[in-house]
Design a protein around this ligand. Sequence first.
Ligand SMILES: *Cc1c(COP(=O)(O)O)cnc(C)c1O
Length: 550
Amino acid sequence: MDRRNSVTYRDILQKIRLAFPQPVSDAIHDSYFVHSIMRALDQVDGLKTHLPMLGDIISGDFEKAREATLPDTMASIEDVTADLVSYLRGMTLFGHPRTQQNVIPPPTIPSLIGVLLASLYNPNLVWDEYSRLVALAEVEAVAMASQLIGYNPEQASGVFTFGGTATTLYGVKLGLEKACPGTLQNGAPEDAVVFVSDAGHYCATNIVGWLGIGTNNLITIPTTVENEIDLAQLEAEMRRAVESGKKIAAIIATLGTTDAFGLDDLAHIVALRDTLVDEYRLDYRPHIHADAAIGWAWSVFNDYDFENNPLGFRPRTIRALAGASRRIQHLSLADSIGIDFHKTGFTPYISSLVLFKNRADLELVQRQQEQMPYLYQFGDYRPGMYTLETSRAGTGPLAALANFRLFGEQGLRVILGHIVEMTQLLREHLEGREGTTVLNRENFGTVTLFRAYPVGVDTFSIKGHEFEDAAYRDSLLAHNEYNRQISEYVHSEAMEGRGVMISLTDCYRNTQYGEPIVALKSFILSPFVDETDVEMVVSKVLEARGKVSG
Ligand SMILES: *Cc1c(COP(=O)(O)O)cnc(C)c1O
């Protein structure tokens, strides 16, 4: 083979090296790098219109996607960039004031820079030898979060992990080890149970499944109309479990349920746990994990002066903030807590933190140094001794720290206060119309579940009838369908730039006779939402009433 005309590997290697940030300062290459990022951002910007999404929504051809193959040769950075940008077409703009769909926040600029820096230099939090001061950033973020929710930072500890789901996984695993020592060696026993409310996140099912506890051993407790765990039923079930010789691996208290911001009464659950420990002389203390993936942020109001209200929130807002605070302020009673910065902390995915009240609990899942011969010859910070993960990115901690620094307590109060204020305003408008009714009016969060009814229906009484009275089953089901149609109309209007993207939940809760209640759902999480956007939700829904058949 004639090598003179062919490309040698060295030529290609040269191209490959140019595709990396340069290890040694090179101003020209640096500007090429920055320029490449700018081009990507420019191209994304080119997709923006007034609509709450990037360009047109294109439905993905998943059949074709499955046939994708690895290219034979290299592409240029420019081509790859354009290609990557094309995947953002149709993405919802979660920061857009006309997006009120779900608990997905827009990330701040500093948190994005945190993610960029951590990705650029690729610290690995398994060990400070591989992450240096980025490991310190994790420790600082843990300290700030501990102080915020009321843990004693001297005793507490925490690690960033792969999502809110993993935070609960950590809590339940520690609890399992406390209730049934030796599961790390022997596997899960058959007599361990976990409690969670029926409004808790479905990740509990995954976790007991994956931990080997088994989904049959997840005891789901019904919730009250406020979407809080029913304490009497929890007590009865806990007693039944203990009396029949079961071990309580964990009680998951949900502080801020995903769909309706229900807040379990943690203080009561802790007192109940302590009573049962004494009464039955248990030789372990059942672990209580607070799933505060959403609710944690409300801790900034723990010491807000609601009386004088220095930030000037409206009375309804103050009431909602104080209402949430009365539950959230007890977070520090939990043995472990899950926090999602990528929800109410305005960072990109994934930035989840699990906090442990007692650092010593982590010894329950610690590995021995001998099991990791290639790590930890020196250094001060070795979370890899007990984390489930081996490699852990610096992105989560830097993003969280960025927003703690950016907002401070006051900034977090303002952003949460504002979205609660907009939510309250929405409810006020919905309640002020005869065609709509709010289902979760006593709720303190930023999600509003509501239903529209055809002209002529008495919206004051229908809600109660349909909830309680099986004679209203047909009416309930017809109105479920009616609200689905309203949702479709509002959605298609929003896609055309007229109105707001809200969503629909197939089951806000079950009626007392067991049918699901379909509800329209507005989840406000963007700081850009303002009064006109809220009014738009109401006027679009009312307009839809005229378009769909009742
Ligand atoms: C979102 C959520 C989870 C799951 O968190 P991920 O970060 O999506 O894994 C768990 N619990 C609650 C209450 C949540 O809202």
